[in-house]
Design a protein around this ligand. Sequence first.
Ligand SMILES: Cc1cc2nc3c(=O)[nH]c(=O)nc-3n(C[C@H](O)[C@H](O)[C@H](O)COP(=O)(O)OP(=O)(O)OC[C@H]3O[C@@H](n4cnc5c(N)ncnc54)[C@H](O)[C@@H]3O)c2cc1C
Length: 295
Amino acid sequence: MSTLWNHYHTPKTIDEALKLLTDYGGQARIIAGGTDLLVDMRAGQHPAHEALIDITAIPEMSAIYRQEDRIYIGAGVTHTQIVRSAELQAHARCLVESCGVVGGPQVRNVATLGGNVAHALPAGDGTVSLVALAAEAEVIQAGERRWLPIGDLYLGPGKSLVDSTRDLLIQFRLRATGAREATAFSRIMRPQGVALPILGCAVWVRLDDTLTHYDSARVCIAPTGPTPERATEIEQALAGKPATAETIQQVILIAMEALHPRTSKYRATAEYRKEMIGVLLERTLSAAVTRAKGG
Ligand SMILES: Cc1cc2nc3c(=O)[nH]c(=O)nc-3n(C[C@H](O)[C@H](O)[C@H](O)COP(=O)(O)OP(=O)(O)OC[C@H]3O[C@@H](n4cnc5c(N)ncnc54)[C@H](O)[C@@H]3O)c2cc1C
């Protein structure tokens, strides 16, 4: 194993982690749960690193907390922590549902939301919900600490704006759902072992004062392209429409025109995946509307 890295550091503060990254001058890499990184390193998809810098002992990056109407989630927070968070269960349900299906319990106990995002795959389950929640990510690049819309971090499959040999993803923030608002996530996956998802879908909806019509909606269905993106055609089609089963059937037709999932031997045929867009939208929109009505 010494061929893959020579030194392993466990800094206790963000400053300490940044100093290590600077001192190694691009020869070290951030590690969190290691469930993507170690698999990739063993498969030879990364050059050997002089050092790994483990961020999981930095308290500021391992907390979930609320400030006014925003919820903050450290990049080093595990999927299990997210699933168990009462705050997220009540006000960001889709994230709890998506992190709850990542791998099995052993993976969820160590794998982090930051790792899911920095790995930059368009179908990362945590990612899909963060996009529908219009979350923002706080990053440190070249000494500058700034907040970016979550979508800005995705440059292509496996390509992140965050260079994990120099930059640090610190935390995420999102608006807690309020009255008449709710979210939901659902995923279609082959049942066997470590397979790739056929499609995942997260939605956020806000109903009008009478709870009968959509005021607005956000939808992310992935993977349907190289990066996880909002399905704006669906969002526009929902705004102002009655919150009924008929509307869902109408937007399914729009979604099937607008989205073009590809045939993939690891997922399914394009035709099957397109059909599944309808199944996922029906499940997630119905659940979110029921929740927004207080159900
Ligand atoms: C058996 C198995 C099943 C899985 N199932 C799923 C699944 O169902 N759904 C799913 O989405 N994923 C799945 N994964 C992938 C993986 O578990 C997740 O993507 C996980 O969230 C990665 O987090 P991590 O903490 O392990 O990241 P790591 O492997 O530690 O890191 C991943 C990448 O992010 C970088 N990085 C991590 N944290 C930071 C940070 N704070 N700042 C800068 N860079 C950082 C690392 O350098 C590395 O490049 C599975 C993996 C395994 C092994």
